[in-house]
Design a protein around this ligand. Structure first.
Ligand code: HEC
Length: 401
């Protein structure tokens, strides 16, 4: 028995990443919602700034928020941190398994920059660590007190990184690094600021002193940032399944626009929790989404290679192009290093597989040009145009002639 173990490790880590991520973002959404629904009750105990009643799962819940802290520490206190840590750790592992282990296949795009795997990994990790250093410095500076200004600057930092990364790495390799920069800032916020500050508050209280309210304020600032980063980061994490997002040469604009739409939606919910229904926000987000769709389609359309001629493409020409550019990976027994089984289950040595998957082939080789991976085989514009013409003419194999 011959088992290709990597996809199983990939699956296990991805599963963990999704579970931890749901737990983290789920609890984050819940606490934001909770905070925004707290009301002043009549007989609230000393130190309680707001309370809330809720019904769920067959019982009633009565939450009370103490600001800064209760007079006496409760015997048992629940912390929320491992969701964030496990999301980050599993995310880093996944980055290593998918993008670093096979850097020459998924991360490096020689049509953009010729890099060794080690250089590529070094650049990737530098962006991730550098993102946190810049973010943290901005938060600590006076700019950090001005949330909209801070948000604008951090967005520009990410936009610049997205531009640079999409010109260094493959589209999806670039996207995942922007996602990792945001995710790292979010997890580091929990690890370096939110939890340590909460620990200091608890320690001060146990020593019988009054905690410094600034500690809570700083934690709240980071928590607010995390809240706005959740929807963009989720989009980026699933983006590698959508070549129309990462495939075009305006992919960094697509990424920025959809991330902004995510921030608008998050802002809408934050306001709605506080009783304000600003319908303009989701409407604007939907407009940005649809606008991005047309923009991406237009960019793709303009980058499609022009048809060489309108003559009927003989299947033999298609077979030759596929044999030269695709079957080193896409065959039952791939000869390409690091590829152990036909990617996406597509064995292009079989004519009927080409016919059946014509539209997918068109998307990946003509429209977005995300295949061959990293254009390793230096597939020419004329080859792409010929393949596109064959598909537009009905994609008939030898038998269909
Ligand atoms: C270096 C290896 C390699 C080469 C060469 C290559 N591919 Fe791929 N291809 C992959 C891998 C890996 C995947 C699966 C992951 C992904 O979707 O990127 C894939 C996935 C695909 C998919 C499925 C995408 C989907 O719809 O889910 C199509 C279609 C495809 N390749 C077409 C082609 C065509 C056509 C060529 C030749 C012009 C080609 N590939 C050359 C590695 C390669």
């Amino acid at each position: 028995m011959n088992i290709d173990i990597m996809p199983w490790i990939d699956l296990a880590v991805r599963w963990l990443h999704v579970i931890a991520g749901i737990a983290w973002i789920g609890s984050s959404f819940y606490f934001v919602w909770l905070d925004d629904h707290l009301v002043k009750g009549k007989d609230m105990p000393d130190g309680v700034s707001g309370e809330l009643w809720a019904v769920h799962g067959g019982g009633f819940y009565h939450n009370q928020k103490y600001l800064v802290a209760p007079a006496k520490m409760p015997a048992e206190l629940h912390w929320f941190k491992y969701e964030a840590y496990f999301t980050w750790i599993s995310g880093l592992l996944l980055l290593c398994i998918v993008y670093y282990y096979d850097a020459s296949i998924f991360l490096i795009d020689s049509s953009k920059l010729t890099l060794t795997p080690l250089q590529a990994v070094g650049i990737g990790l530098t962006f991730i660590a550098g993102g946190w250093i810049v973010y943290d410095a901005l938060c600590r500076s006076r700019i950090g007190d001005n949330a909209p200004l801070f948000g604008g600057l951090w967005f520009l930092v990410l936009l610049g990184s997205a531009y640079a990364l999409t010109h260094i790495f493959s589209g999806r390799g670039a996207f995942i690094h922007v996602g990792a920069m945001i995710g790292t800032a979010m997890a580091a916020n929990v690890f370096f600021v939110i939890i340590p500050n909460q620990k200091k508050v608890v320690a001060t209280m146990l020593a019988g002193n009054t905690p410094d309210p600034r500690l809570g304020k700083k934690a709240k600032q980071r928590s607010l940032h995390n809240n706005y980063m959740t929807l963009p980061v989720l989009l980026i994490m699933v983006s590698n399944h959508y070549p129309m997002l990462f495939g075009s040469n305006a992919n960094w604009i697509v990424l920025a626009a959809l991330s902004l739409a995510g921030v608008m939606v998050r802002h809408f919910f934050n306001l709605r929790h506080r009783g304000k229904f600003v319908w303009e926000l989701p409407a604007a987000a939907a407009a940005v989404f649809i606008g991005t769709m047309f923009f991406a389609a237009d960019v793709e359309h303009r980058s499609e290679p022009a048809a060489v001629s309108h003559a009927r493409v003989p299947f033999a020409a298609v077979r030759a192009i596929v044999d030269r550019n695709c079957v080193s990976c896409h065959s039952a027994a791939p000869v390409h290093v690091g590829i152990l089984s036909p990617p996406a289950g597509l064995d292009f040595t079989k004519d009927e597989v080409l016919e059946k998957n014509a539209s997918r082939i068109r998307v990946r080789t003509v429209t977005t040009q995300t295949m061959p991976l990293g254009n390793e085989t230096h597939m020419t514009a004329a080859e792409r145009a010929t393949l596109g013409a064959w598909i537009d003419q009905g994609a008939h194999g030898e038998a269909g002639r």
